[in-house]
Write a protein that binds this ligand. Structure first.
Ligand code: MG
Length: 386
């Protein structure tokens, strides 16, 4: 499996922005700018670990901004952005990812499209960065008597406005950064170029702008207007086979039965279907991708952990879970007596009212594998508003 990591650089002081608080911790749409940036990468199915590089003065702000996100502990940055990136990269030696994306914490509107294009290019090249062609006419000017006077018009053909995330093979970019330590280069692609790496451009996005000025913050707020009208619905499905045992775990509740359910984790089909539905609502792959059955850490795991992970990803992206509807499909055990306990359990984990949760049960009229009492199937449907 290809392992991807992300370094989100958030150690800057934002002198151009002004004010007491660094811009990456300012709130937009009720969330810190940095939290929005981090959450997108946390939810991306090809990213395995995310780490922020922060300023030593910002640890309290950071803890608040990153609360609940599935993320590595932050590392402290250095005096320049380049120092911070190098320290961030060096901190991933143990994780040793195949590739790393380096992103500005003040670009909260990065989306899966941009990320996917960068990742696709670094499969074939030593580096890829998102960029947009320069469309405005470019002038060069010089200061004269308090005015700026045009000296000439720059040919904009072949000129690009560069964004992040910038992606590279991990070992190569780490070595490149260590080689230019102390020099001041403008971005990570520049560091890669110095090391002779071939870096390609891929299509960026107009919304992926960097919050640098107060005007940018206002533009960000404007982009978030109409929040709550983006409703996404997704489904999940799961099956587990009966085995020897005296109870089954369904929707987080132990239900006495003359059999158990076989599985790598606690085999809670209801929670697995619900977790997949939540991941589906944010395009974040499936439960097997986040918690591979090959990973011994998840053996016998309480599936509540899987569901909590999916909830944290959805909430991290600013998603509000509207409702969840689960159907358990089996001849036995009977579900009715446990329905309330299941609803209460899910209401607690999803942090929504129990009236927004539905647990239903049905049989398949003794047809098929559930009819033959070989196992239990579950399907789930959720709606999430953004
Ligand atoms: Mg399962």
């Amino acid at each position: 499996m290809v392992k991807g990591a992300v370094i989100v650089v958030a150690a800057g002081r934002g002198h151009r922005f002004g004010g007491e608080m660094p811009k990456q911790y300012r709130m937009i749409g009720g969330q810190a700018v940095l939290r929005k940036s981090l959450a997108v990468f946390c939810a991306h199915p090809s990213i395995h670990c995310v780490r922020a590089v922060i300023h030593p003065d910002d640890t309290a702000l950071y803890q608040c901004a990153a609360q609940g996100l599935p993320i590595l502990p932050p590392v402290l940055g250095g005096p320049t952005r380049q120092d911070s990136v190098r320290l961030g990269l060096a901190s991933l030696k143990e994780e040793n990812p195949d590739f790393v994306l380096i992103h500005d914490g003040a670009r909260p509107f990065v989306d899966f499209g941009v990320i996917n294009r960068v990742i696709a290019e670094i499969r074939e090249h030593q580096g890829a960065i998102p960029a947009l062609p320069v469309t405005d006419t470019i002038k060069a000017g010089t200061a004269a008597e308090g005015k700026t006077v045009i000296t000439h018009t720059v040919d904009r053909a072949g000129l690009w406005r560069v964004q992040t995330p910038q992606g590279f093979p991990y070992q190569e970019i780490l070595a490149a950064h260590e080689a230019v330590k102390g020099q001041e280069l403008t971005d990570d692609a520049c560091v890669a170029e110095q090391a002779g790496m071939t870096v390609v451009l891929t299509k960026g996005s107009e919304d992926n702008f960097k919050i640098t000025t107060q005007e940018d913050l206002a533009r960000a707020e404007l982009l978030l207007k109409g929040k709550g009208t983006d409703i996404r619905t997704a489904t999940g499905f799961d099956v587990h086979k009966f085995c020897e045992g005296s109870f089954v775990t369904l929707c987080g509740v132990q239900v006495p039965h003359d059999k158990g359910l076989e599985g790598h984790s606690d085999a809670d089909v209801g929670l697995h279907a619900l977790t997949d539905a939540l991941l589906g609502a944010i395009g974040s792959g499936d439960i097997g991708l986040h918690f591979p059955p090959s990973d011994m850490r998840w053996k016998g795991t309480d599936s509540v952990l899987f569901l909590k992970h999916a909830v944290s990803l959805v909430n991290g992206l600013g998603g509000k879970i509207l409702n969840a509807d689960i159907t358990l499909i089996c001849e036995r055990p009977k579900i009715g007596a446990h329905r309330l306990a299941m609803c209460e359990k899910l209401a607690d984990i999803l942090n929504i009212s129990a009236s927004r949760i539905s647990i239903k049960a049905t049989t398949t009229e003794q047809l098929g594998f559930t009819g033959r009492k070989e196992g239990i199937a579950a399907q789930a449907c959720v709606s999430v508003s953004f």
